[in-house]
Design a protein around this ligand. Structure first.
Ligand code: 13P
Length: 337
């Protein structure tokens, strides 16, 4: 048992506290720059600093957000006027989190599939992040649905990586967010997504068990069971809610501290509507809180509006808060668009 077990349990519960979710803002510099580039925002550290400060200084953000997930650059940054972002976060009563994987790379022997890397040196990085004040971490594995994939090899390699990461986090005092993302890309049906998500979650929990990860000291960040984005027949909100919850109930132990979904390229309205339907229709059947850990579905309207313009910071914050509020309501089954 981790010497941090009690603290980990408390943190995990706080991450999925009633009416709140997690704000993923841990885009790597590469991904952040790509999103900036599309809007003509300079892809410099200065603009990333302005943007991340804008997000974290949004008034009342902590009413709906338990904690943000940061990237290595961000956890070391200050606001443009010199206040450490970590101080902004903790002063607002939020818990700082940190992405610790180093990205999804081509998986040898499994064409067109990826494996997430980052285990080398992870114990030391966790120790440093803990000493800085981080209290939870994230690692994202990616499963692609396509012709003949995912392979067993890909699912097993990614599940093993997630479990090794989660065990190291708990040893070092960080609550692991375990994120196996089944991608929305492709023309697959809802049923195919259900089967792949079922196999993936089964293997992830098998590996977590094998590596002695404590389920009550972790948060699962799954993708929803949804039609592929190019599938001609798109499942309804109710169908997505039903399929997703049935897959989770089959595979996720009741002791897991909470479920916090990724948005995975769904529109902002869809992301809120699906989460809301799950809580409205099945909330009383779920042994864990079911909430959000969205990046794009919370940030995109704010980023589009700001677009690098210093006179638009307050308007961007209003838009960010709006999505946080909508998703906070959806986590209670009280969202209306
Ligand atoms: P999206 O909500 O944009 O899918 O991002 C969540 C996330 O953290 C991906 O790792």
């Amino acid at each position: 048992m981790s010497r941090y077990a009690e603290e980990l349990r408390t943190t995990a519960k706080a991450m999925v506290a009633r009416g709140k979710g997690i704000l993923a803002m841990d885009e790597s510099n590469g991904t952040c720059n790509k999103r900036f580039d599309k809007l003509g925002i300079p892809t410099t550290e200065e603009y990333r600093q302005i943007y991340r400060s804008l997000i974290l200084q949004t008034p009342e953000l902590s009413n709906y957000i338990s904690g943000p997930i940061l990237y290595d650059e961000t956890i070391r940054q200050t606001t443009p006027d010199g206040v450490p972002l970590l101080k902004i976060i903790t002063d607002a009563g939020m818990i700082p989190g940190i992405k610790v994987d180093t990205g999804a790379k081509d998986l040898a022997g499994c064409p067109n599939e990826k494996v997430t890397e980052g285990l080398d040196g992870l114990r030391d990085r966790i120790a440093e992040y803990y000493s800085m004040g981080a209290r939870f971490a994230k690692w994202r594995a990616v499963i692609t649905i396509g012709n003949g994939i995912p392979s067993r090899g890909c699912i097993k390699a990614n599940a093993h990586g997630l479990a090794r990461y989660a065990a190291l986090c708990q040893e070092g005092g960080l609550v692991p967010i375990v994120e196996p993302e089944v991608l929305i890309d492709g023309d697959h049906t809802l049923e195919r997504c259900w089967n792949v998500t079922d196999e993936t979650l089964h293997e992830v929990f098998n590996q977590l068990y094998t590596q002695n990860v404590a389920f009550d000291q972790m948060v699962l960040k799954p993708s929803m069971v949804i039609s592929g984005k190019d599938c001609p027949q798109q499942a309804s909100v109710e169908e997505v809610a039903k399929a997703t919850i049935s897959c989770l109930l089959k595979n996720v132990p009741a002791t897991v501290a909470g479920i916090a979904f990724l948005s995975g390229g769904q529109s902002k309205e869809q992301s809120s509507a699906h989460l809301n339907a799950m809580n409205q229709m099945f909330g009383d059947q779920c042994p864990w809180p079911v909430t959000f850990s969205y990046a794009r579905a919370i940030q995109q309207p704010a980023l589009d509006y700001w677009a690098g313009d210093s006179s638009r910071i307050s308007g961007a914050q209003t838009r960010l808060l709006k999505r946080a509020q909508c998703n906070g309501a959806a986590s209670l089954g009280e969202y209306s668009s």
